[in-house]
Design a protein around this ligand. Structure first.
Ligand code: GLN
Length: 451
């Protein structure tokens, strides 16, 4: 049924870069056979899923939304891919994304934009717009995204779906193409909080193949999602996430959610996080810096595209030509920014300062979590904007990440879930919940209570 749905609507939505029809049917049959043999199956066995094209899939194209990896067939499965397969989840295909996960609109994909199923002329968020659009258009009931600076939560917000960035280190990065390694975090996308929790449980957990993977039990997220409640909880409203630039309808729905939480028995506290206003600036130094280092591996020798290799050119020339042709404008912008910020003599002024801001933001969170159990805010200041509106204005694009980025810098767990439609445009609004690291279960407890 989901394959038929993809065939019927994805020409318009363009959520998928690759549909693995045969593979999906084979996986589904394998689950059926197991069921017939009476083998014990997990709760997600046989459930279809859309996988962001940043996770390697053995023998199945993995492009990361870039021309530079076009035609590359990974020789191995990412840990996330492997865990999904082991759980019997049926991987339908790979979803569209901003190239190398850099963007907030999916317009930076080398393979064309994805439309927001609520209004195809609008962006589905990014970088994981394909994953969230596949959920909102009922092409898949579950999806996987990655969140380096909001790329699970912001697409979830603007498509009216649920997205979770688990605690940094909760989900293995092995086989997840690196953008900014100290921030990159895979996580679940779904249409309900419980679905997200079931998926969270499948993909999270220690992996010796990832040196930053947390070696501790996964918090009880499914139990929390089944027992939603905020009775007696202290919930902090981040004071800084309001005001100029926030759409009226977004604030209206957010404020209604605050009232609902109060009615459900939570104590609402206003919390100030004074360093959060510097988060965007710090992120847009740290992420490009790490990206400039990580993307050095795309040298035309190891993977994918190789341009101009006709025997007349040196290896350096082939590398340069391949990068010129294979990387898009935003990726080049980030590599240049990061290379500049890390140059000798500039380190203290840029990268060093950004790291200090990162520490201040972490301290703001620590102080806040001495007073409250979770923090809440709108996920993103506006609803989905029209495709093309911010494409030539990187600064305007970066503003979409205003509320999501602090949790990445500090490594906290965070969720976005739908909280209604903005009255002025009828488009979905996202409520963000942020919990301390390793307290991911709190997101699900609160999320399930207000869903
Ligand atoms: N908008 C963020 C960026 O462009 C999203 C990054 C992400 O989470 N992958 O860097």
């Amino acid at each position: 049924a989901h394959l038929a749905r993809i065939e019927a609507v994805d020409e318009k939505v363009h959520a998928f870069l690759h549909v693995d029809r045969e593979g999906a049917l084979a996986q589904a049959r394998a689950v059926d056979e197991k069921r017939e043999r009476g083998e014990e199956l997990g709760p997600l066995a046989g459930v279809p899923l859309a996988l962001k094209d940043i996770f390697t899939t053995q023998g199945i194209p993995t492009t990361v939304g870039s021309k530079i990896l076009e035609g590359w067939l990974p020789p191995y499965d990412a840990t996330v891919t492997k865990r999904l397969r082991d759980a019997g989840v049926v991987v339908l295909g790979k979803t569209n994304m901003d190239e190398f996960a850099m963007g907030s609109s999916t317009e930076n994909s080398a393979f064309g934009p994805t439309g927001n199923p609520w209004d195809l002329t609008r962006i589905p968020g990014g970088s994981g717009g394909g994953s969230s659009a596949s959920l909102a258009s009922f092409q898949a009931p579950l999806a996987i995204g990655t969140d380096t600076g909001g790329s699970i939560r912001q697409p979830a917000a603007v498509t009216g779906t649920v997205g979770v960035k688990p605690t940094y280190g909760a989900v293995s990065r092995y086989g997840m193409v690196a953008f900014s390694s100290s921030l990159d975090q895979g996580g679940p996308c779904a249409r309900t909080v419980l679905d997200a929790a079931l998926l969270h449980e499948v993909i999270a957990g220690h992996d010796p193949m990832d040196s930053t993977s947390i070696d501790a039990p996964v918090p009880p997220v499914v139990e929390a999602a089944r027992n939603g409640s905020v009775q007696g909880m202290r919930i902090g409203v981040v004071k800084e996430f309001a005001g100029e630039g926030y759409q009226a309808g977004v604030m209206q729905r957010f404020n209604e959610s605050v009232e609902l939480l109060r009615e459900l028995g939570a104590e609402i506290v206003e919390i100030s996080c004074p360093s959060f206003d510097k988060a965007l600036a710090a992120y847009y130094l740290i992420a490009p810096s790490e990206c400039s280092s990580n993307l050095a591996r795309f040298d035309a020798m190891r993977y994918g595209l190789r341009a101009g290799d006709d025997g007349s050119r040196s290896a350096e020339e082939v590398t340069a030509l391949t990068r010129a042709e294979g990387f898009g404008a935003e990726v080049k912008r980030r590599i240049m920014l990061g290379t500049y910020a890390l140059s000798s003599g500039y380190y203290d002024a840029y990268y060093g300062s950004a790291q200090k801001v990162r520490t201040l933001i972490t301290r703001d969170f620590e102080k806040a979590f001495e007073q409250v159990d979770v923090l809440i805010s709108p996920t993103t200041p506006t609803t989905a904007f029209p495709i093309g509106e911010r494409a030539d204005d990187p600064m305007a694009m970066y503003l979409a990440d205003l509320c999501t980025i602090p949790a990445n810098l500090a490594g906290n767990a965070a969720m976005s879930l739908p909280c209604g439609l903005a009255p002025e445009d009828g488009l979905p609004v996202g409520l963000q919940i942020i919990a301390p690291a390793m307290a991911d279960d709190r997101l699900y407890k609160v999320g399930a209570a207000v869903e």
